[in-house]
Design a binder for this molecule. Sequence first.
Ligand SMILES: [Zn+2]
Ligand SMILES: [Zn+2]
Length: 157
Amino acid sequence: MGFSPRTEALLDRADSICHTRGARLTDLRREVLGLILDTPAPTGAYDLLDRLRATRHGAAPPTVYRALDFLLEQGLIHKLERLSAFVGCVAQAEEHAAQFLICRNCGKVTEIEDHALAHALDDAARRLGFTVGKATIEAEGQCAACAAPGKETAACH
Ligand SMILES: [Zn+2]
Ligand SMILES: [Zn+2]
């Protein structure tokens, strides 16, 4: 498997993060994470399975789902419910509040970690006696590149 140097560097970082937590980034988990990190757009589980089968012919859906569960637990990836797809996490930290900006035009997904936003949601929920466990906010719209002048025609679809 040849991943980009950027992805390999992130994988090494993920490996040491897992190591300090006493978890193990097995070859399979590393490969699944690498496939997600190497793809600019969010990746679905079946897409991952297809690509995994290029090197692991016996790969079955449960194999991929177990690897994805592990990566989610370690906060190395996020699941975008709206797209039913996974993205690598820039923070690579344990469970954290994450907000995603999804461009309707080019499909680019950007993760932001705005603690003020997370706290505002917590406070609003608490006023109703609700305790927020996990909140992933997904916002759809248009990214800066697509909104740039000269791109208006391409952006209306
Ligand atoms: Zn994240
Ligand atoms: Zn865009």
